[in-house]
Structures are given as structure tokens and as C-alpha cells.
Design a protein around this ligand. Sequence first.
Ligand code: GAR
Length: 209
Amino acid sequence: MTYFSKGDIMNVAILISGRGSNLKAILEAERNKKIAKAQVKLIISNNSKAEGLKYAKEFGKKTAWLESNNFKSKEAYDKELAQIIKSNDIELVVLAGFMRILSPSFIKQFKNKIINIHPSLLPAFPGLNAQKQALDCGVKITGCTVHFVNEMVDKGPIIIQKTVDVKDDDTEFSLSNRILEKEHEILPLAIKLISENRVNLIKNKVRIA
Ligand code: GAR
């Protein structure tokens, strides 16, 4: 299966929950014309106080925020989220530090149109605190992964990975920062490749053309 962007320029929504450094990396890549076939049309946060929303303002992007406590259920939240995404004609949803698990029905509606960045070499260390999990396990190499989101958390087809060496004196902070540098490379790159229709899914495995 090839991802086909509908038009010349693929409309992208970025979902964040906090700091937003990956969002910033994407917006800078867009500004520097490194992802010429995609445009960030909308930034959505599940937290109106998310630090990263300052980048939306800085780069003049439309913003929406959906606070969970304003909704009766997870389903109601995801329904509203889906509505916002559809009404903005979004073709790719990018989870950039979006710390909320999306419901299977939401994911089904946007099959192969949601990608996520995770701070480990999946399938190792899924879930929360991936960097700490890596340190606790004593691995010598870890890294980050961009993958398609499917109904199983952190298990969707892998698009790009980058490795990071673990140093003997690493702390969670130092390791997280080095991984983050690589995240800032591969997340904009994944958007670029998808927008150029170079990402193919064959038997649930990604092949880059
Ligand atoms: C990033 O390290 C990202 O990989 C991680 O949250 C951080 C968000 O940073 N995401 C996950 O752990 C998802 N399971 P940012 O807000 O500065 O982009």
C-alpha cells in the first residue's frame, strides 16, 4: 500500500501535550523548505497550558485544544478530535509527544494516516519512560522510532529509526536529550517521505522508495 497525498501539498496536523520540541523541529523544517510537499495546517493539544503551544503562535499556526475533563468519555473526546481533523482536511496526523492513547475507533478512521515518535528502538521499551527503561535494562544502544499508529500501543509498522549509544555515566536526562536530537531529525524526515509518497506499506512492513 502506498500512501497517496491527495493534492500537491499534504495537510498535516500535529498533536502535542507538553514541551513541543518535536513540533518546533517540524515547524523549522517547514520554514526552511525541507518538507516542501507538506504544510502544518493545525496544531492540537490536549492541554491548553502545553508549553509547546508557544511555537504555534511563533510560527503563526492555527491551534485547537481539547481538554479531557471537558468531555464525558474517551469516545466523546475522540469523536470531537476526529471531527476537527476531518473538517480541516487533514491527511496526516503526527503525534509529537501526545501523551494520550487514542481509541481503536479513532485509529480505524485514520488508518495509516497517524504517525508517532517514540524515544526507544521499538519494539523495545514501549509505553512510558522509555529512556529510563533502557537505562534500567543496561542496554548499550537505544534510540528513537517513528511508526504508524495502529490499535496496539507502540506496535505499528516502523517507518524510521535512529540509534543512540548509551554511555556508562548517562542519566535519564542526558540520554533523553541525545535521543531528542535524533527525534528532531527523523520526525520531519518521516513527514517529508510520506508527503512525497515514498513510504510504502507492504505486508505491514514499511519500504522507503
Ligand atoms: C519525546 O521524547 C517523545 O518521543 C516522547 O515524548 C517526548 C515529547 O517531547 N513521546 C513518547 O514517549 C510517546 N510514547 P517534546 O514535547 O519536546 O516533543
